[in-house]
Design a protein around this ligand. Structure first.
Ligand SMILES: NC(=O)c1ccc[n+]([C@@H]2O[C@H](COP(=O)([O-])OP(=O)(O)OC[C@H]3O[C@@H](n4cnc5c(N)ncnc54)[C@H](O)[C@@H]3O)[C@@H](O)[C@H]2O)c1
Length: 422
């Protein structure tokens, strides 16, 4: 079978490192045949990597979608506030669409995408949102256990999203998601797919949403005396500051996967230069950031299940830890360890399930999603495990949580979505 062909819109981190890499590693499944990217260096490098000729290499999605259809699928990898227009144009041009999450950074636009894209999509045309966690062996296994009744009746879901102190500093203090007015609220940008998982595991629509959270650490008041603008300029607190950019990007092995983003951000691709000339080298206490560094979300589902989601910057590891409590048993799991432990209350038998998954790309989620999408397109539009309508629901849960946090209130979900005509 011929590989599925795709255009990449936005050859940044996701476009280049996730989908681009998948295509290079699986040439029989996916081939990138065109790109739209305004940054000249990124566009040239991406085109060289994929052998894309100049006439298929565009400075923006507007030019790409003005041309006759160039491939089977469009992978939309622009920033959060720039999803609606390219997604709509791609869909109208007849491409199968894979849209990065979040769908958009406003609830109005998320609903508009759903109305304009999902409801009117031609038969067999796929429009999927990159909710990669749904494709992880870890969550697929947990869902299977719940469906088999392994814990009896589900009562509580405890879900801890450990962002990792270095990852948080990179993305939400120094990086693209530091200003929620320009990008997205934390609970949407980071956790719309965690809310999707909770909704999926609970097996019911949410009834009410509460939330608290704030920014406590990464503020100018906490800036050490004498700290320069860039850590590489020589900070007196360098030894004791866990967020020192030089140590994190140069020496701290777990942050290795972030180094390629820092290097890509600087046209020289030189780390030392990037640490003095891009936002990634800045003191974390002087970045003009405003997203909370910790947030808790409470969810009460219509079927009576209660869930608590904790999102935090302050963890040593990047992982998701779950504790799922039912009337006959409990499940404890750690995504990064790919470890699930089931306890049966009647026998007190413990079953440990260790999944064999490579430690990369959302623990198998990136590969699972890209492979499923390519297979779906190749199979003439077979449905994917998640629909745009399901993705929309979790996005609206995130916006409801943000309203609850800001207004110190309990949000009735049905009331919240009513103004959107839902
Ligand atoms: N699915 C996930 O788990 C996951 C993980 C991380 C990020 N994301 C999301 O993926 C998206 C992309 O993130 P990223 O880190 O790759 O961002 P990025 O900033 O690295 O890449 C975006 C690219 O879009 C390009 N661009 C800007 N205007 C354009 C235009 N008119 N036409 C074409 N390209 C244009 C930019 O130059 C940039 O290279 C974001 O919405 C982000 O939230 C999803």
């Amino acid at each position: 079978m011929n590989p599925v062909t795709a255009v990449v819109v936005g050859a940044g981190d996701r476009g280049r490192h996730v989908y681009g890499t998948y295509a290079l590693e699986h040439p029989g499944e996916l081939r990138i045949t065109a790109v739209a990217e305004p940054d000249e260096v990124r566009r040239r490098e991406f085109s060289e990597l994929h052998g894309i000729p100049p006439e298929r290499s565009f400075a923006g999605y507007e030019e790409l979608f003005a041309a006759p259809r160039l491939a089977d699928a469009a992978l939309i990898c622009t920033q959060d506030g720039m999803h609606y227009r390219p997604a709509l144009l791609a869909k109208q041009a007849g491409y199968h669409v894979l849209l990065e999450k979040p769908i958009s950074n406003t609830p109005e636009e998320c609903v508009r995408i759903w109305k304009d894209c999902a409801q009117t999509t031609a038969e067999g045309q796929i429009f999927a949102v990159c909710h990669v966690l749904r494709y992880t062996p870890f969550f697929l296994q947990i869902k299977k256990l719940l469906d088999e009744g392994a814990v009896g009746k589900l009562v509580n879901l405890q879900y801890e999203e450990d962002i990792g102190f270095y990852h948080f500093a990179h993305s939400y203090v120094r990086g693209n998601w530091r200003d929620e007015t320009a990008s997205s609220p934390l609970v949407l940008a980071k956790s719309c797919h965690d809310l999707d998982i909770l909704r999926w595991l609970a097996g019911s629509p949410v009834q009410s949403v509460t939330s608290t959270g704030s920014l406590v650490e990464f503020t100018p008041e906490n800036r050490p005396a004498g700290a320069p603008e860039y850590c590489a300029q020589g900070c007196p607190a360098a030894q004791s500051c866990p967020y020192n950019a030089v140590r994190l990007y140069r020496w701290f092995a777990p942050a290795g996967f972030l180094r390629q983003i820092v290097e890509m951000e600087d046209p020289t691709h030189d780390l030392d230069h990037a640490l003095l000339h891009t936002g990634y080298g800045r003191c974390v206490y002087a970045c003009g950031n405003n997203v909370p560094d910790h947030q808790a979300v409470g969810l009460h589902f219509e079927n009576g299940v209660d869930a608590q989601l904790t999102i935090t910057a302050f963890s040593g590891r990047i992982t998701r830890i779950v504790h799922i409590m039912g009337t006959r048993g409990e499940i404890q799991g750690d995504l990064a360890k790919n470890l699930i432990c089931l306890t049966d209350f009647a026998t007190m038998k413990k079953t440990r399930i260790r999944l064999d998954v490579p430690a990369e790309g959302h623990h198998g989620g990136d590969r699972g999603l890209t492979g499923s999408f390519a297979a779906g397109v190749a199979g003439g539009g077979a449905t994917l495990p998640t629909t745009l309508a399901q993705s929309l629901e979790s996005h609206l849960m995130a916006f409801a949580a943000e309203k609850a946090r800001r207004e110190h209130t309990v949000v009735d979900f049905k009331e919240f979505i009513r103004p959107f005509g839902l």
